[in-house]
Write a protein that binds this ligand. Structure first.
Ligand SMILES: [Fe+2]
Length: 393
């Protein structure tokens, strides 16, 4: 059987139709659940990608023969996508069956404990995470062994600030509490951070991974953080993804953690003030530019920005902000360095992978963060607690 006979056989057609229908179902469900938030991004994901499926199907099954090299290249791409999409669909089906199995098991365990509702919530989280699968993942990721404390000294000269200010700032980001990071590890990180002692603690988003049921556990743990002038934070894309932005904003506030959602707070020193400005996660530069209207009320050159995505550093640098703290890239998460070249999937997210960057008088620090997303693997990017000694004047 040659390639075209094989690809045109009824079995392949059946697998193709079933798997593509399943993908279409999942995509439709997502659109419905998200009620078309962030429409532009979802248009690409949910309209253009299915169109792509349709095109590849029609090209393959009609066995188009064309001389034009541009179209023949296109057909090759579609064929590639046929295989990739089938693999994605089958993986999703297996994961659905696997998670369904775990959920059934979890419910059975919870039924035994009918003491109170609060216990039910806590147990649900523990049962889901204490699976052997998690233990295997932890052994790959090994956060306990690899966690590094990165100490960074930053000196800024600013004639608008009359005081000489020394701040010991601790940044924690991208916990991604979930199947790849057990709450117990997050708790150990918090204890370690408190033991380091700091004037300010900044949390720069992605508190949980994809399971919104862990939001409460996450807040309970992170609320144990203590710093001389307080704990401030901003939200990440995983709070948008899990639709927990309002929940985190509200519940953290009850526990004394200031989640700055496109707003600011003032730190008063003897002769001058410093402003901490935090932004929600947005998908486009235009939205961040609009948010910069806040700098009409707050002097940019006396502001420290908390923003999950470092890509928008140039926008804030235009406002002459003193410092920006970000996460999001996980330092690359999987990074290979070949001579001067750096290969990392996170470069698709942002050119600012990890460390200190400067534009004119503005500084950006990007932390590798604690957890992982997508896969529980870090290569050449150990998890990080950042300790920044910021000296102004
Ligand atoms: Fe993240």
């Amino acid at each position: 059987m040659n390639y075209y006979d094989f690809i045109k056989s009824e079995y392949i057609l059946l697998i193709y139709v079933l798997t593509q229908s399943y993908l279409a179902y999942r995509i439709g469900k997502r659109i419905y659940n998200n009620k078309a938030r962030y429409l532009r991004q979802r248009f690409i994901t949910y309209v253009l990608v299915p169109l792509f499926f349709l095109m590849n199907g029609s090209c393959i099954f009609t066995q188009v023969k064309v001389e034009n090299s541009f179209y023949s290249f296109g057909i090759k791409v579609f064929k590639g996508w046929l295989i990739i999409s089938i693999v994605i669909s089958i993986t999703m089906i297996i994961s659905l069956l696997w998670r369904g199995g775990i959920r059934l098991f979890s419910k059975a365990s919870i039924k035994k404990d009918k003491k109170n509702e609060e216990n039910k919530v806590t147990n649900l989280c523990k049962v889901d995470l204490d699976k052997r699968l998690y233990m295997r993942i932890e052994s790959i990721n090994n956060i306990r062994k690899n966690l590094r404390i990165e100490e960074v000294d930053i000196k800024i000269l600013n004639n608008k600030i009359k005081d000489s200010i020394n701040l010991r700032i601790l940044q924690l980001t991208d916990f991604h509490i979930g199947a790849f990071l057990h709450p117990d590890i997050a708790e150990e990180v918090i204890k370690m951070s408190n033991a380091l002692g700091s004037d300010l603690i900044f949390l720069t988003g992605d508190f949980i991974n994809i399971d919104r049921r862990l939001a409460k556990v996450c807040i309970d743990i992170l609320s144990q953080l203590k710093a001389r002038f307080g704990v401030y934070g901003c939200l990440g894309n995983h709070e948008v993804l899990t639709e927990t932005e309002d929940y985190f904003g509200r519940e953290f506030k009850k526990r004394g953690i200031h989640i700055l959602r496109n707003t600011y707070e003032k730190l008063e020193f003897i002769n001058s003030d410093i402003y901490i400005v935090g932004f929600d996660y947005f998908y486009t530069a235009k939205e961040y530019k609009e948010m910069c209207s806040i700098f009409k009320k707050v002097p940019g050159d006396r502001s420290i920005v908390l923003c999950h995505n470092p890509s928008y550093f140039p926008i804030f640098a235009k406002q002459n902000t003193l410092m920006m703290f970000a996460g999001h890239t996980h330092g690359g998460q999987i990074k290979f360095e070949v001579g001067p070249a750096v290969i990392a999937p996170s470069l698709f997210l942002s050119p600012y992978l990890h460390g200190l960057y400067c534009i004119d008088n503005s500084n950006l620090y990007v932390s590798r963060g604690i957890g992982t997303s997508g896969a529980p693997i870090r290569i050449s990017c150990p998890p990080e607690i950042t300790l920044c000694n910021l000296k102004i004047n």
